[in-house]
Design a protein around this ligand. Structure first.
Ligand SMILES: Nc1ncnc2c1ncn2[C@@H]1O[C@H](COP(=O)(O)OP(=O)(O)OP(=O)(O)O)[C@@H](O)[C@H]1O
Length: 371
């Protein structure tokens, strides 16, 4: 196992800046997720670590050693990229065993069988070992490709969207499996690329959020969920997405308050580093809002806003209700049985705890200004 340090890495493809000063480090044995939308630079970052892309600037260190001049096959990293190339002429067992037969490992037949068997078991493909790869579904191929990576000892694993081609049910099952092996049997330094925030939140020890070639935030799932560093990161996590309301800050009796541009939302914003008059955007996660279909007393410590049901969407046992408050739309999720008669245009109340409100500056970076 080895720590990975990426320091100031820049990479251009022609005029396109794919990586712009990317820095992060992954501790020995840590499971680190790189999360970002398509084109953010996740694969290029991974390939820079693997040595398959040569950075224009910056350094990559493995176990403390600068590997700038070390060829990919001497970096002792096991990689799995989304395109899962398997040897078509070999059966599943031989595909999985192939890394162990390289001159580097040359394990005995018994050891090879044992390792392949254990990995296949772990990935739920033990019954497929004697099949040809042309007799596999895409999801099975992907698991074999992942198995071929996990089967061999390595300083670190680089897994680029290894679950991308699995259906939702299998993906969830494999996620659970990977989680248990990553913190148990595997316990190897891992960089795991995904654009799925649920995967990142559930698997990662820490997450690095990439956008347009830049690392926006690195933190534990809790840190990134509770204190997203800007509006983009806040929006990248959570479904339904966080709701935003634009407005400004005013002085109140007990400190700063947020007032939306149309005056319909007003809420104290404790712990904000800004001055009255500043234009800001607040974000409220659906699960931090409570829906009140009838007139009720405002629950202690919460703030009330009045709105009108804009859209209702039933998601199994839960219902997502989008409420229009002035010109803003706020999403809230409630148990379906709590709102059997709710309909579009009904008047409702929403309450929220001011401490759950995220406040962001306006402008290009929309950085977080609440504590
Ligand atoms: N070999 C290349 N030549 C030219 N441009 C490239 C090359 N590889 C990547 N790019 C560009 O660099 C940017 C980052 O690509 P990269 O594949 O790293 O993104 P990604 O976050 O992994 O995206 P995805 O989730 O779609 O795989 C993209 O704009 C992509 O088009």
């Amino acid at each position: 196992m080895a720590a990975i340090e990426v320091q100031g890495v820049r990479k251009k493809f022609g005029k396109l800046v794919a990586l712009d000063d990317v820095s992060f480090s992954v501790a020995d044995g840590e499971f680190f997720c790189l999360l970002g939308p398509s084109g953010a630079g996740k694969t290029t970052t991974c390939k820079s670590v693997a040595g398959l892309v040569r950075p224009d600037e910056g350094t990559v260190r493995l176990a403390g050693h600068d590997v700038g001049d070390v060829e990919p096959n001497h970096r002792d990293l096991a990689m799995c990229f989304e395109s899962y190339a398997l040897y078509p002429q070999l059966n599943v067992f031989d595909n999985m065993a192939s890394p162990l037969r390289s001159p580097r490992f040359r394990l005995s037949d018994d050891e090879t069988r044992e390792r392949v068997g254990r990995t296949a078991e772990m990935l739920g493909v033990a019954q497929l070992l004697h099949r040809g790869v042309d007799q596999l579904s895409n999801g099975q191929r992907q698991r074999i490709a992942l198995g071929r990576v996990l089967v061999r000892p390595a300083e670190a694993y680089l897994l680029d969207e290894p679950l991308a081609h699995l259906d939702a049910k299998l993906r969830t099952a494999m996620r659970a499996e990977l989680k248990s092996i990553s913190h148990g049997d595997l316990n190897t330094t891992t960089i795991y690329v995904t654009h799925d925030y649920v995967e990142a939140l559930s698997l990662a020890d820490r997450i690095g959020v990439l956008r347009e070639g830049r690392i926006l935030q690195v933190g534990t799932p809790e840190e990134i969920w509770d204190r997203p560093c800007n509006a983009f990161v806040a929006e990248a996590f959570g479904k339904p997405r966080i709701s935003f309301v634009d407005g400004g800050l005013v002085d109140g009796e007990h400190g700063l308050r947020f007032v939306s541009s149309d005056g319909a939302v007003e809420v104290p914003v404790p712990g904000v580093e800004a001055t009255a008059g500043e234009a800001v955007r607040i974000g409220v996660r659906p699960h931090d809002l409570e829906l009140h279909p009838g007139a009720e007393d405002v629950p202690a410590g919460r703030v009330w806003v009045n709105g009108v049901v804009y859209v209702l969407e039933h998601l199994g046992r839960q219902t997502e209700v989008t409420v229009q408050v002035g010109t803003a739309l706020l999403s809230v999720v409630v148990p379906r049985e709590d709102v059997p008669d709710l309909a579009r245009d009904d008047r409702v109340g929403l309450s929220l705890d001011p401490c759950a409100v995220h406040v962001f500056a306006r402008g290009e970076d929309e950085r977080r200004i609440s504590s």
